[in-house]
Design a protein around this ligand. Structure first.
Ligand SMILES: *Cc1c(COP(=O)(O)O)cnc(C)c1O
Length: 405
């Protein structure tokens, strides 16, 4: 059985890895494309122990919560794309994040988080972790000096998200990973959902773990939720035994199969996302109704230089602010948009837009102290439109959007 890991004798190019990574011709049927194996249990070829810990020594599959063939294939494709030793798949991006945090940290450990990042993970770290004795604090991760100042003797994990959702801030993974490791932080994690492995490979910049919401660009079609943790094999083997087997947030084989099919076209799609996004960002920036556009590909992005150095593709995510109150513009969008869907989520074939009000997200999620709140408001204004540019034609998208401005 030949499994393409992306580490073949001739290093393969990204588009080849995306198609063939983790895939192989099925030895039983000679099927060329991946089989979908839905079975929850597997009949072993010999008597094995009952605990998941015993399955390590048995090469085959035993029970779907420990490991399952189609999910394993997806994990191998993801690892190949990311240039990681291994990957684990979970039922959602938040399940993957929770598995990594709760699987790696204990009572008394300190977790250093960005002061704004994906809301689900932000709320998990603010509301839930303290109940379990995990200390969390929040810092502007675009400022390496501020990050260095917040690292304590018990800081075990530094969490980064770049570009960040929804603020479009870029964090310097190489600089932050080096300074945090130097100060004794064990785990540098990068949520790379916005960037995808096509833009950035955080492990090559010094990170220990990468998180992806597979619901977004990697699945890409908006029809399957999933998440992944990528990193060293030894770390992920240990994580599998606890975070997968005991927390139980495993990915359905059907979703793994859909996401694998989506991942094969990731390099192509990211090119199309970037092309249409660049067109829209440029036109928005020149439109009189628009106050500000945040897109890493624009020279006006406050960290365009860093984005240029750290991202091979600027992705399809942007935010913008209007001179008119955002809520009023959002109401027109709900009624008038014909192509772009007014809906949450991102990274799909279809363009999606959503208004995120600053007061709303402050109260529900970030609850910043006075200094961080002022910084956040300065950046976000009264809120932003988060636009996930799909792979439709950029001119059609512009015509749809501009009539609402
Ligand atoms: C959506 C998202 C998540 C969470 O993923 P789910 O699949 O919705 O659980 C995590 N991080 C980022 C940056 C996201 O955009």
């Amino acid at each position: 059985m030949t499994v393409n890991t992306g580490k073949n004798s001739n290093p393969l190019h990204e588009s080849t890895v995306a198609v063939h990574g983790g895939e192989f011709v099925d030895p039983a049927t000679r099927a060329s494309s991946p089989n979908l194996v839905m079975s929850a249990t597997f009949a072993p070829t010999d008597v094995t122990g009952f605990s998941a810990r015993d399955e390590k020594d048995y090469g085959g599959f035993v029970y779907g919560r420990v490991a399952s063939p189609t999910v394993r294939q997806l994990e191998q494709k993801l690892a190949a794309l990311e240039g990681a030793e291994a990957a684990l798949a979970y039922a959602s991006g938040v399940a993957a994040s929770h598995a990594l945090i709760a699987g790696r940290l204990s009572k008394g450990d300190h977790l250093l988080m960005p002061d704004s990042n994906y809301v689900g993970v932000a709320e998990l770290t603010r509301d839930t972790l303290p109940r379990f004795g995990i200390e969390t604090s929040f810092v502007d991760t675009t400022d390496p000096k501020a990050v260095a100042a917040e690292i304590k003797p018990n800081t075990r994990m530094l969490w980064l998200e770049t570009p960040s959702n929804p603020t479009m801030q870029i964090s310097d993974v190489r600089t932050l990973a080096a300074l945090a490791h130097e100060k004794g932080v064990r785990d540098i994690v990068v949520d790379s959902t916005y960037a995808t492995p096509i833009a950035t490979k955080p492990l090559s910049l010094g990170a220990d773990f990468v998180i992806h919401s597979l619901t977004k660009y990697i699945g890409g079609h908006g029809d399957a939720m999933g998440g992944s943790v990528l990193g060293r094999k030894a770390d992920l083997d240990a994580l599998n035994l606890e975070a997968t087997v005991h927390f139980g947030g495993v990915l359905s084989p059907f979703n793994a199969w859909l996401i694998m099919r989506g991942a094969a076209t990731l390099p192509l799609r990211m090119k199309a996302h970037q092309e249409a996004a660049m067109k829209l960002a440029t036109r928005l920036e020149g439109h009189p109704a628009i106050k500000r556009v945040f897109y890493p590909g624009l020279a006006s992005h406050p960290q365009h230089g860093l984005a240029n150095a750290q991202m091979k593709n600027f992705s399809g995510m942007m935010t913008f602010q209007t001179h008119e109150a955002g809520m009023a513009v959002a109401r027109r969008m709900v009624k008038q948009l014909e192509i772009i869907h007014y809906a949450v989520s991102l990274g799909h074939l279809r363009s999606l837009i959503y208004w995120i009000g600053t007061d709303d997200i402050e109260q529900s999620t970030f609850r910043h102290g006075p200094e961080a709140a002022a910084r956040f408001r300065d950046y976000m204004g009264d809120g932003v439109f988060r636009l996930s540019v799909g792979i439709e034609d950029g001119n059609d998208l512009w015509a749809d959007l501009v009539k609402c401005l």
